[in-house]
Ligand binder design. Structure first.
Ligand code: NOJ
Length: 768
């Protein structure tokens, strides 16, 4: 058996090695790879094929409900007999090497495994949460942090990350908003591409790159009432116009894999959704990568109540187009029988297997199954200086200044007495955030450390004030918020009384957002608001530094606290970066990619809402779209963020007031930095399609430029619009721009816009 295996492996490897000499052209590479894969498929038994579609979590890491007791022996036997194609959560080059060797040497065909892991915002070095980093609007930065995360993960034996999450979400109650790029389909698509390019580079076989995964396909960000895993109800226009654009962008950017979503859409579990997978993704979009289920999402088709048992679930998922079964055992236990019964066609299994083998080929695993496993490289790469520097840059650019009354910030004098208060002030763990890869617990720079370093001449006093949570703070345990203990209030109030200024660090711990961490309120959790109110009574000079994984409803804080800095969970360099903003060493430039509500009752709240038949028309009106008890505007709108510089915007000037279907409209806006501080500004462009065949959003982001503008300088910012930018899925589901009147708007955020109007006119031939 062993000789046979070596012979076959040699055949495969030498064939592939020889093939790389043939040509460097992608198409040739692909066609040679496909031939190779065909011949490998011919050698495979049905069991071996199904094995390639079976994925297990092995090793100490777990990122979902644990594997059932008693099946470890079965899994071991399956690994040994070629019935496992990929694994997740096994970390470290040495461990991965041993496992790979076991599989390559023991299985009949020696087909290597792929090692996967959720590398979401870093592997060992933590960068800001994806939602935080999206506030930089800096695509180059996001590509570089993804590339650094890939390099670290690849050195530790990983070839595949389950990221980026490209789910659009407008509901801050949903815990997973921390993993995404916010509420907007246009920006979300741009960021998806940047992150995919960062993870994958130009060549998946490069030992510094890993395969990416666009997830969760689809609609997961629209779970009802923001409850994780909940049901989703969506119209097809909303699906096509709002939710799918980042997925389409990901497919066009050659993302290696897609992941199913846990939710159903209008009654159909995404994992069994043949419209989404077969018709759209693998059909219309011609996507030839791999679709992996989410953690047991094939098994959960039974729990959804759509399949009677796992057999039926496996049949539905495979027929719908889900290629790999993650942690479900539905495929491995049932697909052979399903083929024998004629419920699944072997050709559909072959198609799924071909995709998996192609990914292995693209990763270079057939060339050398051990190429990613080099402990020395791992040691040199993880948490290196260069990555720490990049983490600092990313943290700086992710910070959003929400309020700065009377220019309280930056802190000008250095010889002050500064009171440092709050449960997150000395916290070295929460800034690492949820989905923290392989980061070591408690290794971030705390805000306390950052401030002490930046203010060597200040008189610093500290009080925790209040605890934020009790019990274990980790991925698996439910976070219990502390609501009883006020014993720290007195000391905190004393510190605030004795200080010139008070910096308060409040928000959420790492595990108050993320998977399974939905909330029903969006206030600062626990006793924090109460303590803040007490502090305000004794000191007006409060700077509130927020650390959190989602938009918060902080109306009282906005009314009463003069300076508010949104510092998210910024990763390893959090404390240093926040201190740089507080001292003015760095002028903040981040802008929100998710609307902050005034109250949780406004959620879902987002900037590109539809007008309705009765748009809100003022506080005294009754029969209009609004809540009776609250200002209908958001607390902080999408695109909002302040700077230490001040900017003035001109009206937009457009090149024509009428354009044809093949024309381009030029838009010009002057932005002046009227302050004495150099800054960077994110200049935004929106359009409104006044009348459409379906109702249209009141505005939609269509472009932006992040520009450095020196103190006193005016800069002309230029944009272009074509009909492609105005296209959408119309009433008849055609993707096109509809002639008619449009508004074009420019400004510093989605609420403060100046506008001009133009008409899109049909080509004369269109009327013939
Ligand atoms: C479940 C999550 O929904 C998904 O995003 C993740 O990639 C898998 N678990 C694997 O850890």
């Amino acid at each position: 058996m062993k000789y046979k295996h070596i012979l076959i492996l040699t055949f495969i490897v030498s064939g592939i090695v020889a093939m790389t000499y043939l040509t460097n052209e992608d198409t040739d590479r692909d066609s040679v790879a496909n031939k190779k894969i065909d011949s490998l498929l011919n050698l495979m038994t049905l069991e071996e094929k199904i094995g390639q579609l079976n994925q297990y979590s092995i090793g100490p890491e777990l990122t979902g409900p644990g594997a059932k007791e008693g099946n470890q022996q079965i899994r071991y036997e399956q690994l040994k007999s070629g019935q496992v194609g990929s694994v997740l959560n096994l970390l470290g080059a040495e461990q991965a090497y041993e496992t790979q060797k076991f599989v390559v040497e023991n299985t009949r065909l020696g087909i290597p495994l792929i090692f996967a892991f959720d590398v979401v915002h870093g592997y060992k070095t933590m960068f800001p949460l994806p939602l935080a980093e999206s506030s930089s609007w800096d695509l180059d930065l996001m590509e570089r942090t993804a590339a650094a995360a890939a390099k670290e993960a690849a050195s530790a034996g990983i070839q595949w990350t389950f990221a980026p999450m490209v789910d659009i979400s407008r509901d801050a109650r949903w815990g997973r908003v921390m993993e995404g790029a916010g509420e907007d389909a246009y920006l979300g698509s741009e960021i998806a591409i940047a992150r995919i390019n960062g993870f994958q580079g130009n060549d998946l076989s490069d030992i510094n790159t890993i395969a990416a995964c666009a997830k969760h396909f689809a609609g997961y960000g629209f779970v009802e009432s923001g409850k994780d895993y909940n049901n989703v109800y969506l119209g097809k226009h909303q699906l096509l116009n709002t939710i799918l654009p980042p997925f389409k962008a990901a497919a066009d950017a050659n993302v290696a894999t897609f992941m199913n979503a846990f939710n159903d859409i209008d009654g159909i579990p995404s994992t069994a959704n043949d419209y989404l997978l077969r018709e759209l993704l693998k059909g219309e979009w011609n996507y030839d990568g791999v679709v992996v289920s989410d953690w047991n999402s094939i098994g959960e088709i039974v729990t959804h109540g759509v399949a009677a048992d796992k057999y039926e679930a496996a049949v539905m998922a495979l027929n719908a187009g889900s290629d790999i079964d993650m942690e479900g055992t539905a495929y491995i236990d049932n697909l052979k029988k399903a083929v024998e019964n004629g419920d699944v066609k072997e050709k559909d299994i072959d198609d799924a297997v071909r995709r998996v083998l192609k990914l292995k080929y693209d990763l270079g695993l057939f060339d050398d199954p051990y190429k990613y496993f080099d402990s020395k490289r791992e040691e040199k790469t993880l948490f290196n200086k260069e990555h720490r520097k990049l983490a600092h840059e990313a943290a700086l650019k992710s910070i959003v200044l929400l309020k700065n009354e009377n220019n309280l910030l930056p802190i000008k004098e250095k010889e002050l007495s500064i009171g440092l208060i709050g449960p997150l002030m000395k916290d070295k763990d929460s800034p690492l955030g949820n989905w923290r890869g392989a980061a070591d617990k408690g290794t971030a720079v705390s805000l306390y450390e950052g401030i002490v370093k930046s203010f060597p001449d200040a008189n610093i006093d500290y009080a925790e004030g209040v605890k934020l949570s009790i019990g274990p703070n980790n991925f698996f345990n439910k976070t219990v918020i502390e609501e009883e203990d006020r014993s720290g209030f007195a000391k905190a109030i004393q510190v605030a009384k004795n200080s010139d200024i008070v910096i308060v660090a409040m928000g959420e711990t790492a595990y108050m957002s993320g998977e399974g961490r939905s909330r029903s309120t969006l206030d600062l959790p626990g006793l924090q608001p109460e303590l803040l109110k007490e502090l305000k009574k004794v000191n007006d000079n409060i700077i509130l530094v927020l650390m959190n994984g989602r938009p918060l409803a902080i109306s009282w804080e906005d009314e009463n606290i003069p300076a508010i800095v949104e510092a998210w969970h910024l990763g390893h360099e959090a404390g240093n970066a926040i201190a740089d903003v507080l001292t003015g060493k760095f002028n903040p430039s981040g802008k929100l990619t998710m609307t902050f509500p005034r109250s949780v009752g406004q959620v879902p709240i987002y900037y590109d809402y539809k007008n309705t038949g009765r748009p809100s028309s003022g506080p005294d009106q009754v029969f209009y779209t609004h809540h009776n008890d609250i200002d209908p505007s958001p607390l902080y709108p999408f695109g909002y963020g302040l700077s230490y510089s001040k900017y003035e915007y001109s009206n937009p000037v457009i090149s024509k007031d009428k354009i044809g279907m093949n024309d381009t409209l030029q838009i010009k806006v002057m932005v002046k930095n009227t302050s004495s501080i150099d800054g960077e500004e994110i200049v935004q462009l929106y359009t409104r399609d006044i009348t459409g065949s379906i109702t249209r959003p009141v505005k939609q982001l269509k472009g932006y430029k992040k520009v450095a503008i020196k103190a006193g300088e005016s800069k002309e910012i230029n944009f272009e619009l074509t009909t492609e930018d105005l296209a959408f899925y119309t009433r008849d589901f055609d993707y096109e721009a509809e002639p008619g009147e449009f508004q074009v708007m420019t400004g510093p955020n989605s609420s403060e816009l100046k506008s001009a109007k133009f008409k899109l006119i049909p080509n004369e031939t269109d009327n013939l």
